[in-house]
Design a protein around this ligand. Structure first.
Ligand code: COA
Length: 193
């Protein structure tokens, strides 16, 4: 008897929306719990990495909430909720960190994505990425960039979300030993190089 393929569509009850200051405790729980997943993937350094501090998370979220304009904001934050519970969040910006190569394309950079361990494998991250893609389309963004640690499962997830691994051409030493850069080209196929 053949087993059914795993579902790929997110659960229907996931709502994605801009983060608000009152979401901060839930967001911290999400990122703290997701560290366990990284440790299980063999990323020993996740044990030593301090969780994102409440102050820092609060500051970012307040800023993101007050300035909902992509052009001026240095990081917009979106939460995924099920019921009234924050189960995942991501951060994205039109700017990009200096170690990434320049691009002439209008771009969005995904700087963080976390899902609570108890809500992983239900399509929560996929729903966040889908939301971001729609936002990017509305902003006429041509390219979404993301990067992750070189962990097989993380690379596979990025590919499943629609990203393509690309060669890193920036100046950060040993980048490709540890990190993988991804592109999601949103231009129509006949307009790509
Ligand atoms: C990486 C991470 C964000 C993925 O979150 P996620 O919500 O589980 O990811 P997805 O939405 O893509 O779901 C993926 C899995 O769920 C399955 N799935 C998708 N929709 C589903 C559904 N409706 N029901 C059941 N399973 C589903 C997929 O088949 C996939 O399964 P697989 O692991 O066997 O391939 C999460 O594991 C995490 O927070 N990790 C720690 C932090 C981190 O590393 N962040 C990335 C930094 S770059």
């Amino acid at each position: 008897m053949s087993s059914a393929p795993p579902p790929t569509a997110p659960r229907a009850d996931i709502l994605v929306r801009a983060a608000r200051t009152e979401d901060v405790p839930g967001m911290l729980q999400v990122s703290n719990s997701s560290q366990e997943w990284l440790i299980a993937q063999g990323l020993a350094s996740a044990k030593e990495q301090p969780p994102i501090t409440p102050d820092r998370m609060g500051w970012f979220t307040k800023k993101a909430e007050q300035d909902a304009d992509w052009d001026t904001n240095t990081g917009r934050i979106f939460v995924a909720e099920i019921g009234n519970l924050v189960v995942g969040w991501c951060m994205a910006t039109l700017a990009w960190p200096p170690h990434l190569p320049d691009t002439d394309l209008s771009q969005l950079y995904l700087s963080a994505i976390y899902v609570h361990q108890e809500y992983m494998k239900q399509g929560v991250a996929r729903a966040l990425i889908g939301f971001l893609k729609t936002e990017a389309g509305m902003q006429h963004v041509e390219l979404i960039r993301a990067e992750c640690k070189r962990i097989d499962k993380l690379v596979q997830y990025h590919e499943a979300w629609g990203f393509t691994p690309v060669e890193y051409t920036g100046f950060a030493p040993d980048y490709e030993e540890k990190m993988q850069l991804f592109h999601m080209d949103l231009r129509p196929e006949d307009e790509r190089d």
